[in-house]
Ligand binder design. Structure first.
Ligand code: PMV
Length: 328
């Protein structure tokens, strides 16, 4: 029996990954940059055993169906390529995210699985190698191997596409991200399908690719200067740009709900009142508010006048993914 357990934290991109140049290897069209957060994480235990006759996947102690298990098996196949004698595995994941939050946990989930496999099989992969492996499970997962600010270097092949931490002289400790959880009444478009449709059909997609590099340069300047204003402005503009590409896709789609728009307006009004904060959004209707850690209580207080307290969750910067000792 070969057993390993790992914990990985979710990350939210300030410069988004949106679109692949290689679907199989998950190579992105542009570099992205994220902040790892402490509030949401996944603990995963993987056990490889000679006795097992198939892969089995439990999520939050519930045995998963064939479709969910097949996704995990595809990832385990990549790991099995590294084994002399490939074995089946049982994967047990616990998502530490608020129930029904509608928050994608693929980043923390696949990062924890990659690291747990490294532990279980004593693969001795470096963090860079674990990041590359996690990338094959879910693109954004490669960034969850590291804490703080993280850049995913797009690369040109499997070897050159991985994430690495950005040295920020503890600027990341001055930040917070407040989540506004909103109900998704719309039909879901997965990030995978959304990206593909956008890359294939959106007239705005070339503009996204052409300006992603400039946004990255600007945000790295903001980090180097510890300029919160610049960091927030670039973050918000980049998210709006990403979401603009979906409106020009065929058929067009959006991840925004009326409530997302309301949340964005609330953020703007807070800003007008001198409480500096900026929003970002991913492949769903939730709005995330980037603010200074010192302002977070005031911002939460104002947001809870507009939304229920259960809809508001505050995260601070999170650490590297790490292994957790298990008894074998
Ligand atoms: O890693 P995926 O396939 O879940 O895609 C993530 C895409 C966005 O969340 C929209 C952007 C990002 O960089 O995380």
């Amino acid at each position: 029996m070969h057993k390993g357990t790992a914990r990985a934290y979710t990350n939210i991109a300030l410069i988004k990954y949106w679109g692949k140049k290689d679907d199989a290897l998950i190579l992105p069209m542009n570099n992205s940059l994220s902040l790892t957060l402490d509030a949401f994480f996944t603990d995963t235990t993987v056990t490889f055993d000679e006795q097992y006759t198939k892969d089995v996947f439990y999520l939050d102690t519930v045995l998963q169906d064939e479709k969910a298990t097949a996704k995990v098996s595809r990832f385990l196949d990549l790991v099995r390529e590294k084994m002399d004698r490939p074995l089946f595995a049982t994967v047990e994941s616990i998502n530490h995210v608020p129930t029904a939050a509608g928050l994608a946990s693929s980043a923390s989930g696949l990062a924890a699985l990659a690291l747990a496999c490294n532990e279980a099989l004593r693969l001795n992969l470096s963090k860079t190698e674990v990041s590359r492996l996690a990338r094959r499970g879910s693109g954004s997962a490669c960034r969850s191997i590291f804490g703080g600010f993280v850049e995913w270097e797009q690369g040109t092949d499997d070897l050159s596409s991985f994430a690495r931490p950005i040295e920020a002289d503890r600027f990341e400790d001055e930040l917070a991200m407040v989540f506004i959880l909103l109900n998704d009444k719309q039909k879901d478009v997965s990030s995978r399908d959304g990206m593909k449709r956008t890359v294939d059909t959106s007239a705005f997609y070339p503009a996204w690719v052409n300006t992603a590099g400039e946004d990255l340069t600007l945000i790295k300047q903001a980090i180097a200067e510890k300029s919160f204003t610049k960091l927030g402005e670039v973050t918000e503009a980049n998210a709006l740009k990403m979401h603009a590409t979906t409106l020009a896709a065929t058929p067009p789609f959006t991840y925004w709900s009326p409530e997302s728009l309301r949340a964005m307006e609330v953020v703007k009004s807070l800003r007008k009142d001198g409480l500096e904060c900026y929003f970002t959004m991913d492949a769903g209707p939730n709005v995330k508010v980037l603010c200074k850690k010192q302002d977070r209580q005031q911002i939460i207080a104002r947001l809870t006048q507009e939304f229920s307290a259960e809809q508001i969750i505050c995260a601070l910067t999170g650490p590297d993914a790490h292994s957790i000792e298990t008894e074998v």
